[in-house]
Ligand binder design. Structure first.
Ligand code: NAD
Length: 358
């Protein structure tokens, strides 16, 4: 398909989606249509740098809206769909799983059906090159013991949280649409991302935001839960690689080989903040750490074996955890107004005024 045709992205003003769209534009890969509901986690300001670019179209709406999704495909004739939209926070899924089932399962189903109908209208090289890329998580595999080998593409699914279960269900739907209907879809399962524009409810931005205000740094349980961290731009490059060269019907695990316990992450962050904010009243920032009751059913360890993506498609994570974390802290320090905005409620008011009345 021609690079002049857009890709259709869902959830593209969220954390990973907005980094992906910026990466896509920085490389000049062509137009983007971005469908996003603007939940608390979606912020159009994340894409202020490309707003007004004629190659960028924002569509405010819900992936569960079958009519809208079908109309967008018909109108924009995308060469690919990249599906990011999800409810993504595990704690929120424990407090209220309904929205997770709706968006992550029903929403994926709706997008798949629309893509299937759209794909049926394509012929020739357009049909040949069309792809549906489903962006998923390593949490579908469940939890690992300290000595277990890392998750690989054949690891059985064993999701433990409502979030992970809803993403696992969505992965199964994608797989079924490939096998039953021949939709040319690919799934990626990625480890924990960090970087600019991450909503400050997730571990790293929450700790930075709290430390700067002298608020407690809550650590679940003993803080020994291990995650395999990946800088968000490395994830974006992986997605672009899979979109270009991944094999239809395959799954690719994405990870940076950076296993760290939550306590190690917070310790490193506090040391970085001590160095980068020497005038802080709250130094040493580690004194703000507060151990809190563990999350119910908290997975102990995730680790990703990304060898398939590395050997088959030649992708490699470029950012080390240390340099990526430094860049991330520097970004949050330079963008305190962004944090203030997304956490203050003013942003939701702005969405109501600018979008809900349309
Ligand atoms: P996010 O919560 O930051 O962003 C989600 C985006 O989806 C927001 O812009 C939101 O407005 C939008 N959205 C939510 N419900 C919608 C709906 N019904 N219709 C349209 N848009 C809707 O999430 P993220 O961290 O950027 O994650 C993006 C994707 O990557 C998710 O599918 C997630 O499961 C997956 N993933 C995330 C991580 C991670 O560490 N953050 C790791 C692996 C995989």
């Amino acid at each position: 398909m021609s690079e002049l045709q857009p890709i259709l992205i869902s959830g593209g003003v969220g954390f990973i989606g907005s980094n992906f769209v910026q990466h896509w534009f920085s490389k000049g890969f062509g137009p983007v249509v971005n469908l996003d509901k603007l939940t608390y986690a979606g912020n159009p300001e994340n894409l202020a740098s490309i707003e007004g670019d004629p190659a960028y179209t924002f569509a405010h709406g819900d992936i569960c809206d079958a009519k809208l999704v079908a109309q967008l495909m018909k109108q924009h004739h995308p060469r690919a769909v990249v599906h990011f939209a999800a409810e993504s926070h595990v704690d929120r899924s424990i407090a209220g799983p309904e929205a997770f089932l709706r968006t992550n399962i029903d929403g994926t189903f709706t997008l798949l059906q629309a893509a299937r109908e759209y794909y049926a209208t394509l012929t020739g090289s357009e049909r040949e090159s069309f792809r549906f890329l489903h962006v998923s998580t390593d949490e579908v595999y469940g939890t690992l013991n300290p000595d277990d080998p890392a998750f690989h593409e054949e690891t059985p699914y064993s999701p433990n949280s409502p979030y992970a279960a809803s993403k696992a269900a969505s992965d199964h739907l994608v797989r079924a649409w490939v096998h039953t209907y021949g939709l040319p879809a690919i799934i990626t399962n990625c480890s924990n991302n960090y970087g600019p524009y991450q909503f400050p409810e997730k571990l790293i931005p929450l700790m930075i935001a709290n430390a700067l205000q002298g608020k407690p740094l809550p650590i679940y349980g003993d803080g020994q839960q291990v995650r395999d961290w990946l800088f968000v731009l490395d994830h974006c490059r992986a997605l672009q690689t899979v979109l270009e060269r991944g094999r239809v019907g395959e799954t690719y695990n994405v990870g940076g080989g950076n296993q760290r316990s939550n306590l190690e992450v917070v310790t490193t962050l506090c040391a970085l903040l001590d160095e980068l904010v020497p005038e802080s009243k709250f130094k040493p920032h580690f004194q703000l750490v507060k151990y809190v009751t563990d999350r119910p059913g908290h997975d102990r360890r995730y680790a990703i074996d990304a060898r398939k993506l590395e050997t088959e498609l030649g992708w490699r994570a470029e950012e080390s955890f240390e340099t990526g974390l430094r860049k991330t802290v520097e970004w949050y320090l330079a963008n305190s107004a962004w944090v203030q905005n997304v956490t203050s409620g003013a942003y939701q008011q702005w969405v109501a005024q600018n979008y809900d009345s349309r």
